[in-house]
Design a protein around this ligand. Structure first.
Ligand SMILES: NC(=O)c1ccc[n+]([C@@H]2O[C@H](COP(=O)([O-])OP(=O)(O)OC[C@H]3O[C@@H](n4cnc5c(N)ncnc54)[C@H](O)[C@@H]3O)[C@@H](O)[C@H]2O)c1
Length: 370
């Protein structure tokens, strides 16, 4: 059996609390012999700053590069508001994304039947929803140059951001989306603004070419990002995989997230290129939420986003899809039994702590393995 190397970076606030539940899960998987994980742990964010005055050290970066996957908690907190800009907690996460070349951000939006009432939309619109937003993460307007504010000298200033994409950047993110669709419901919706943006014209052209060349068996449709946003809240179940650029992906993935209820439920994955030699790709898995300083240290954090992020690692980094399915089924079963952390609590359900939720999910998983 292969040994998978994980680097765990719990970070700050509720990060270590929710990571604790993933550690229990890893311990159980190892003990059962279902898979073999070797874990190392490192500091990131404010915790790293306290130890080294940096948000992540070179030696932790080397560990991240050597690992088969990085499992990340959350970083940040007001305690570090006044540290130098380059050492702020978030800089550690940005360096990981950049140095590992993580260009594809996967944000699933899954609505568990037991939580359909928590959505701002009607139950029938969201119940059973299962979509995946694939956002380009390292290019586009957030990084394009020039990126300036110029004083025009007449009491006016001019701000410039540059939206820029090269063919290869669109090709590789399109492939990630098509490959994912093949393992799901076989449909990709590409979103851009080709009606007003040159980058949208190229995006549309390249995604179409990749489809024609390599993925004819997958259904492809194009939507303008604005009407795509409307469709996302009008009839979200029409989508399977949505692929879009950095800016639109940032907004559309947050909209999709809110279809499903709480921040404490949302996992994510960030993937890099496949290494031609090892056939492995760099990857980082993290909950969408931050360090939630308002509830840290009180046992109130919902560990589901963190556990579901680890399930994504099982599926996308280790070909352990059957185990990932069971972890997700265990989460659904616990919710169906009415167990809720404070963020998703509703009338008639049972309030549980972070560790009680983690233990309950593990118990359901054990039951699924008989
Ligand atoms: N990727 C990251 O590490 C990341 C992402 C977002 C924010 N941050 C940082 O986190 C800190 C707090 O930011 P914020 O308050 O804007 O966002 P946040 O996601 O930490 O919290 C927003 C709200 O959601 C709640 N919440 C979040 N996760 C939860 C969970 N698992 N269970 C129950 N409730 C949960 C919090 O209690 C809070 O009320 C800031 O320093 C911010 O920069 C980090």
């Amino acid at each position: 059996m292969a040994t998978h190397k994980l680097l765990l970076l719990p970070g700050d606030g509720i990060g270590p609390e929710v990571m604790g539940e993933v550690k229990c899960l890893i311990g159980w998987i190892n003990a059962q012999g279902i898979a073999r994980f070797e874990t190392e742990e490192g500091l990131v964010g404010g915790a790293a700053y306290e130890a080294s005055k940096q948000s992540i050290t070179d030696s932790t970066m080397s560990q991240a590069k050597a690992a088969d996957a990085v499992i990340f908690g959350a970083v940040g907190g007001s305690k570090w508001d006044s540290v130098p800009y380059e050492a702020r907690p978030e800089a550690g996460l940005l360096r990981l994304r950049k140095d590992l070349g993580l260009f594809a951000n996967l944000r699933p939006a899954v609505c568990y039947p037991a939580l359909a009432e928590a959505s701002s939309l009607k139950r029938q619109v969201v119940e059973g929803l299962d979509i995946m937003i694939v956002r380009e993460l390292t290019g586009g307007v957030y990084f394009g140059e020039p990126k300036t504010i110029t004083d025009l000298g007449n009491g006016q200033k001019r701000a410039i951001d540059t939206q820029v994409y090269d063919t290869y950047e669109i090709e590789r993110i399109a492939r990630v989306a098509f490959d994912l669709a093949k393992k799901r419901r076989n449909k990709v919706t590409s979103m851009e603004k080709r009606n007003v943006m040159k980058s949208g014209v190229l995006w549309n052209e390249v995604v179409t070419q990749v489809h024609n060349r390599e993925y004819k068996d997958v259904q492809l449709e194009h939507q303008l990002a604005d009407s795509g946003g409307m469709n996302l809240v009008k009839s979200p179940k029409q989508f399977d995989v949505i692929v879009t650029d950095n800016l639109f992906g940032d907004m559309l993935s947050d909209i999709a997230a809110m279809l499903t209820g709480s921040l404490g439920m949302l996992p994510s994955a960030s993937l890099g290129e496949i290494d031609a030699k090892t056939k492995k790709r760099k990857s980082l898995f993290e909950p969408v939420h931050g360090s939630a300083p308002d509830i840290a240290g009180q046992g109130l954090a919902n560990p589901i986003a963190m556990i579901a992020s680890f399930a994504m690692a099982l599926r996308y980094s280790f070909e352990l899809g059957a185990l990932a399915d069971k972890v997700e089924a265990a989460i659904a079963a616990v919710l169906a039994k009415g167990m809720r952390t404070a963020d998703i609590k509703s009338a008639g359900t049972t309030a549980v702590s972070t560790s009680q939720m983690g233990e309950a999910i593990l118990k359901e998983l054990q039951a699924l393995y008989g």
